[in-house]
Design a binder for this molecule. Structure first.
Ligand code: ADP
Ligand code: MG
Length: 483
């Protein structure tokens, strides 16, 4: 059941802990008023603070602090009312200050916990060690000039949350599920957009291997992995490399590595630095960060409903299957869409249509929920047309297809195409009479006991009505007339 890697000396367990950097959703940077919008012209969103000019003073952005607190609450974590910013000193061309303002000994958020879901439906709690606030660095561009490197400081000073997990993860799948869940929570909270392609969320993946029952062995850290799939691949590649090393009688040395996504292997980047290499000390430009419990309580009261609670509500209140509830709550936008469709209607029927034909329609037409040609209101209206017998289920599928093509409301399509279901018993009876007259022999067979022929008559009647006969009425009237 549990994941292991088979070596020549037997099975090996994998131990994983993730350090995730999440860009805080905020209009301004952590210690300056410069903008943070993605994709701006290089060096157009840089204040003197972000450029590390001597004598500039950082001023904390209250919204970034609020976002960190909201995130901590969403991770069921301890919120520290007293925290402190330290300087982490290192040289890098795109770090003009010569240090990063970060939190080290006293982070704003302490231990917490989230639950991950695995493909087989099992759930597992994963410990959160801490969350701290820190500045992002700038970006070096090496592909703009044959002999020079350029530097873009737009990102310099942008607020990041570093979210550290306990080494509780035991397989590539668990690592992927953890990052998926964390991203989902951040997106529900609105504290990070979770856009991994744009670098808003990236993970350092710590991996070690051990024999079952042993304590932890030395780990390596794979830096800056920028997709969930790559995190899973990096875990596997790094774990296999370590197993081979140990089994060859060599040692794993603690170091920082990079994942080469094209070759699917990790390679050494630098030896691991220790905390003392950074000469951390309290930033003299910033007083300790003190917040009040009353403010934390206010933020807590205003938190949106989070995925776990929402999923539980869909199962408990709406009677959905755990799977449907899971699928519908993956993204906040999908859940909101579903709830609009379900409002005042049968929630299970609504769930079937949203997860079934509606999702299929999005896939087919290459749309997302955000730019769906079919609005939640229109899908709801379609369900109403089924409920009041205007449309059979089969016709409704046709109408939905047309809604994807045209963006029109279902009522309009029904009118235009004359798709209305026939519920006039007289009209149905007339068709049945014709069908029976044309198949007199079969009517005889049916009456002499060949019950199986009933389906034939239903099919013929529906065909003659171009699928528009109300199925329940067709059945009822056929029974009466054939009986
Ligand atoms: P550092 O600050 O030096 O990176 P931390 O103690 O903060 O060290 O740990 C960083 C990450 O490494 C955490 O996510 C933690 O869960 C993980 N980790 C610690 N020990 C191991 C181990 N033996 N194997 C795998 N991951 C580990
Ligand atoms: Mg670390």
């Amino acid at each position: 059941m549990s994941y292991t890697i088979e070596g020549t000396t037997g099975p090996w367990e994998v131990v994983i802990g993730l350090e995730v950097h999440a860009q805080v959703t905020s209009e301004a940077k952590l210690f300056s008023g410069a903008a943070t919008e993605f994709g701006a012209e290089p060096n157009t969103q840089v204040s003197f603070v972000d450029a590390g000019f001597p004598g500039m003073l950082p001023v904390i952005n209250g919204e970034c602090v609020a976002q960190a607190v909201r995130t901590g609450l969403g991770l069921n974590a301890q919120v520290n009312l007293w925290s402190r910013f330290d300087r982490k000193n290192y040289f890098y061309a795109d770090l003009p200050q010569g240090y990063q303002i970060s939190q080290y000994q006293f982070p704003i958020i302490g231990t917490g916990q989230i639950e991950i879901e695995l493909a087989d439906g099992t759930r597992k709690p994963i410990g959160i060690t801490r969350l701290h606030l820190e500045q992002d660095a700038g970006k070096s561009l090496h592909d703009q000039h044959p002999t020079k490197s350029y530097i873009d400081l737009n990102r310099s000073g942008v607020a990041l949350m570093e979210i550290v997990s306990e080494p509780d993860l035991r397989s590539p799948e668990e690592a992927g599920a953890y990052l998926t869940k964390l991203r989902q929570i951040l997106r529900y909270l609105g504290t990070c957009d979770g856009n991994m392609e744009q670098g808003s969320l990236r993970a350092d993946v710590n991996v070690s291997v051990r024999k079952p029952g042993e304590g932890f062995r030395t780990r390596c850290e794979v830096k800056n992995v920028n997709s969930i799939r790559f995190v899973m691949q990096a875990v596997e590649a790094e774990a296999r490399r370590q197993v081979e090393l140990w089994e060859a009688g060599e040692e794993v040395v603690q170091e920082t590595r990079l994942f080469d996504t094209s070759r699917g292997v990790t390679r050494s980047m630098r030896s691991k630095e220790d905390a003392h290499d950074y000469r951390y000390f309290p930033d003299p430009d910033l007083p300790p960060l003190v917040i009040e419990q009353a403010w934390v309580d206010q933020l807590k009261a205003a938190l949106p409903e989070l995925p776990d609670a929402r999923r539980a509500r869909y199962v408990g209140e709406f009677g959905l299957t755990p799977y449907d509830a899971h699928v519908l709550t993956l993204e906040k936008e999908t859940a909101a869409f579903y709830e609009t469709v379900a409002r005042g209607r049968d929630p299970k029927v609504a769930a079937n249509w949203v997860t079934g034909d509606f999702f299929a329609g999005l896939n087919r037409t290459g749309h997302g929920i955000g730019d769906s040609p079919v609005s939640a209101e229109n899908l709801g209206a379609l369900l109403d047309l089924i409920a009041d017998n205007t449309l059979s289920g089969k016709l409704a599928k046709e109408v939905l297809e047309a809604m994807f093509e045209t963006g029109k409301a279902p009522g309009e399509i029904v009118e235009e195409r004359g798709l209305k279901q026939v519920t006039d018993t007289g009209a149905i009876e007339a068709v049945i009479d014709q069908v029976m007259a044309a198949n007199a022999g079969k009517v005889e067979e049916y009456r002499s006991g060949k019950d199986k022929l009933f389906g034939f008559f239903v099919g013929q009647t529906m065909k003659a009505m171009q699928g528009k006969g109300n199925p329940a009425l067709v059945n009822e009237l056929l029974k009466k007339k054939l009986g």
